[in-house]
Design a binder for this molecule. Structure first.
Ligand code: TXA
Ligand code: MG
Length: 322
């Protein structure tokens, strides 16, 4: 599944361990870390290649967007435009097991892969003090899905992480068992009215009681094996405005050609045929060439259906259909 094998360090959660975890993250490494909900598989959210390697390590067949973990509100304001409606949630429930889907700030260095090409980003300030310390020391936002291989249960102990990811990630920061043991509740506050996208560690009743009104919920119809309790978010996918033509070996009149490996194109996802690099540039290049003023369509060179190439092809196929 994964292309690269790594030696996985076991790090204990003390001052020295936090420094080590932060150093690995700053170097683009993958570090599993405890939160109050479940262990997350963390990477620097401003490093495209590091974020792409999360999908590679998990063997995720799809690029669903990831939660970006932040240390404090100052960090949140640096990367998102907080709508007024978000304040009520943030004031009462952060730090805690609540994820808010927020509009991305224009021009931020946040990887496009954490948003799977969308204009929003899911953000959480965890209640776990060790997690916040690690993020603060790393001094960057940390993208993290649950730290399990695709299709496996979410890990609530370091040993669970190792059971499915040993040898695929750089380290696990061992902070013992997670206190909540359930993934965070996800609320989309980027639109006109807040919507619960995933029920989780923060009960909907607690949210509604504090807010004083009933929240809309997206019905639970997930089609994703990795996140059986995470519905709706998969209904919305980034799709370019121009038509997409896949498995293109030559370019047609008016088209832009996104290359891979031996097919150079106007620009290449990866000239060396590196699938992790290709994943890290996918949404960037689609956005760049989705320009009806310059092109009539976008053609994409064939991508091998192996490793993270499966997720790349999945997203391209959906985009071509849309
Ligand atoms: O408790 C948790 O939430 C854990 C810990 C590590 O924080 N993380 C976690 O991440 O469960 P993950 O990737 O397994 O789930 C993230 C959920 C997915 O269902 C995803 O579709 C949704 O959040 N999501 C992320 N970004 C989104 C966005 N921009 N719009 C809509 N949904 C989004
Ligand atoms: Mg998960």
């Amino acid at each position: 599944m994964t292309e690269s094998t790594r030696t996985t360090e076991r790090i204990s959660l003390d001052a020295q361990g936090l420094d080590r975890a932060a150093t690995l993250l700053r170097k683009g490494g993958l570090v599993a870390f405890p939160t109050e909900t479940v262990y997350g598989l963390g990477a620097d959210a401003t490093n495209d290649r590091a974020v792409a390697s999360i999908f590679d390590a998990k063997g995720r067949p799809r690029f669903n967007p990831l939660i970006v973990h932040m240390a404090d509100m100052a960090m949140v304001s640096r990367y998102t435009d907080l709508p007024d409606s978000a304040a009520a949630f943030a004031d009462r429930f952060w730090p805690g097991p609540l994820t808010l889907v927020l509009p991305r700030k224009e021009g931020t260095r946040l990887s496009e892969l954490v948003s799977a090409g969308l204009s929003t980003v899911a953000v959480r300030i965890p209640a776990h003090g060790g997690a916040r310390d690690m993020i603060r020391i790393a001094d960057r936002p940390i993208a993290a899905p649950s730290a399990n291989a695709s299709g496996k249960l979410s890990p609530t102990e370091a040993a669970h992480v190792l059971a499915s990811l040993d040898g695929r990630i750089d380290a696990v920061l061992d902070g013992g068992a997670c206190s909540v043991g359930l993934e965070s509740t996800v609320v989309d506050v980027s639109g006109d009215t807040p919507v619960i996208l995933r029920t989780g560690g923060l009960p909907a009743e607690a949210l509604e009681h504090a807010l004083g009104y009933t929240l809309a919920k997206v019905s639970d119809t997930a089609d994703e094996a990795d996140a059986p309790k995470s519905p709706g978010m998969l209904l919305k996918h980034y799709a370019p405005g121009l038509s997409l033509r896949l498995n293109a070996t030559t370019v047609r009149e008016g088209e832009a050609l996104i290359g891979f490996g031996p097919i150079a194109g106007d620009e290449s996802l990866s000239a060396s045929g590196d699938l992790v690099e290709a994943a890290s540039r996918l949404f960037q290049l689609l956005h760049r060439y989705d320009d009806p003023g310059r092109y009539s369509g976008i053609a994409v060179a064939p991508i091998p259906e192996t490793g993270i190439g499966v997720a790349i092809n999945d997203r391209l196929t959906r985009a071509a259909r849309g």
